[in-house]
Structure formats: structure tokens, C-alpha cells
Design a protein around this ligand. Structure first.
Ligand code: 5GP
Length: 120
């Protein structure tokens, strides 16, 4: 499968500093910032700094350092947001997942009971 990355996507612009964001945490490999349209009291997006379109692209092609750095960023977000009562990580992917922004991101949602995983 080809993973074509569009460097004009909104998260690429955030990474380049062309669009502001409310940063929660940053390390060498990942940036975490508040979602602009939060769906829960805590709604943070964690994105890799590398050019990956989706979770499967990242898992296949990111280096070990990038993958560890990304996971460590998620752990830091959970600490910063005090998600000891739990949370949900969601990574919408391509058409069936209703992915809107074609730069891999993990939604970290919490701060209240979140209900069933799928509603349609
Ligand atoms: P997706 O549907 O791709 O999984 O989610 C994309 C998310 O990005 C949505 O929850 C949306 O609110 C968020 N989003 C879109 N544009 C911006 C933006 O410019 N800034 C921030 N912080 N979040 C954005």
C-alpha cells in the first residue's frame, strides 16, 4: 500500500508553526495539543513530528525512536491531564474511520465516562 503524505494538511501547518495550537506536551518526536472542537473535558491530539498519514503508516515505517517517543508523549499527556480514572485513545483511519486530517493523530479523550465505543 502507498501512503501519500500531503504536506499542506492542517497538522503539518501546525508542526511548521504556520497555525497556532495550544500545546500540552512536546518531545523530539511528537507534539500534543488541545483539539479545536473538544468532544470531552479532556481532548488532546498527539501527533508524530514525522510525515505519516495514519496509524498503519506510522507502525510500518516510523523508526523505533519515533514510535517510542510517540508513546512516551501519550503517557505524559495522561499524566498532565490526570487521567487516572481512564481515557480512550482513538485513531480514525481513512474513509471507513472518518479520518479528516491526513496526518497520523491519536485522540486522547477523558475527564468523564465516555459511553460505548461505537454509536451509529
Ligand atoms: P479526525 O477526524 O481526522 O480523526 O480528527 C481531526 C481532529 O482535528 C478533529 O477532532 C478536529 O476538531 C481537529 N482539528 C481540525 N483542525 C484543527 C486545528 O486547526 N487545530 C486543532 N487544534 N484541532 C483541529
Amino acid at each position: 500500500m502507498d501512503f501519500d503524505y500531503d504536506d499542506q494538511n492542517i497538522f503539518a501547518k501546525i508542526l511548521r508553526g504556520e497555525i497556532p495550537n495550544r500545546t500540552v506536551y512536546e518531545n523530539d518526536y511528537a507534539l500534543a495539543f488541545e483539539d479545536i472542537a473538544p468532544q470531552a473535558p479532556v481532548h488532546v491530539l498527539v501527533i508524530p513530528k514525522g510525515a505519516y498519514v495514519s496509524l498503519d503508516h506510522f507502525a510500518l515505517e516510523a523508526s523505533a525512536d519515533e514510535q517510542v517517543g510517540f508513546m512516551q508523549a501519550i503517557a505524559e499527556v495522561c499524566k498532565i491531564a490526570d487521567l487516572k480514572d481512564g481515557f480512550r485513545g482513538i485513531s480514525n483511519t481513512r474513509a471507513h474511520g472518518l479520518q479528516e486530517v491526513p496526518h497520523y493523530h491519536m485522540h486522547i479523550l477523558g475527564g468523564r465516562p465516555l459511553g460505548p465505543i461505537l454509536v451509529d
